[in-house]
Design a protein. Structure first.
Length: 231
């Protein structure tokens, strides 16, 4: 059996209208919406960093991570990192039970094997839904370290996991730097998967650090830009 397989799975693209069944606050700027709907029959999300497209008008869509999916009961959970001036953010902040949303996808999933010696998951608030899901789905004893940039102490999240998890929270309000936090500790021994997501410039700097400065194998550094600060 080959080691550390990273495979791409395609799905039939389906558009659905789903209905909010629960709305809650995870932390002061993270809104969790749960959707229970018959139209979620057949929905598939095998990878923790899958994304669905949320359609607010026919030409305005945004990507979000299925934070949790319960296929048996057709329940999908999405977490929204709230921020000023965003269509998706504003919708999520005001969403109430009974509101509907058009979604499409996931179109495809990248499934990473669970056979790495360790996993580092790094990003800002927008990466937290994927990071939380990965931790919740991890098998017992798998070694995880996370570095997450959030506004402050109140924005940390409790996440249940069977994995061996070390969490580093980095606070924007304290002037802390995610890149500095990541730079300090040595990488664990063995083969490791580094997963990066968040603001474009932040992710670019982090990727450069792992690939160019630490010489971590490029195929084991998975980096995605989730949003961009205005120029
Ligand atoms: C694959 C993928 C998965 C994603 N999963 C999630 C997820 O599960 N949860 C989640 O919250 N986000 C997620 N994102 C990020 C999300 O799609 C973007 O943040 C998106 O721009 C939000 O749309 P909006 O309509 O609220 O803001 P927009 O209308 O796109 O942007 C308005 C303004 O806000 C700024 N902005 C956008 N996002 C942020 C932010 N987070 N913080 C501060 N300023 C911001 C923009 O620079 C712009 O100036 C994901 C992105 C990708 C590509």
């Amino acid at each position: 059996m080959s080691k550390h397989t990273i495979s791409r799975v395609q799905h039939e693209l389906v558009r659905r209208e789903i209905t909010v069944s629960q709305a809650e606050w995870v932390t002061p700027r993270m809104r969790r919406l749960t959707f229970q709907d018959d139209s979620l029959r057949g929905f598939q999300s095998p990878a923790f960093d899958d994304h669905v497209k949320l359609f607010f008008t026919p030409d305005c869509n945004r990507d979000f991570t299925p934070r949790r999916f319960d296929g048996e009961n057709g329940i999908l959970t999405l977490d929204f990192a709230l921020h000023p001036g965003g269509v998706a953010s504003e919708w999520a902040e005001n969403a109430a039970v009974g509101d509907t949303l058009q979604i499409g996808g996931p179109r495809g999933s990248t499934v990473v094997a669970e056979d790495f010696d360790w996993y580092w998951l790094i990003g800002d608030e927008t990466a937290l839904p994927a990071i939380g899901r990965r931790l919740e789905e991890a098998t017992e004893g798998t070694l995880f370290r996370t570095f997450v940039l959030v506004e402050g102490l109140k924005n940390r999240q409790m996440i249940e996991t069977r994995a061996t998890w070390r969490a580093n929270w980095i606070f924007r309000s304290e002037g802390e730097s995610l890149l500095d936090a990541v730079r300090r500790p040595p990488l664990p021994a063995g083969d490791g998967l580094v997963w990066l997501a968040g603001e474009h410039g932040l992710v670019r700097g982090l990727r450069h650090h792992f690939v160019e400065e630490r010489n971590h194998p490029e195929e084991w550094v998975r980096a995605s830009s989730y949003w961009r600060l205005p120029e």
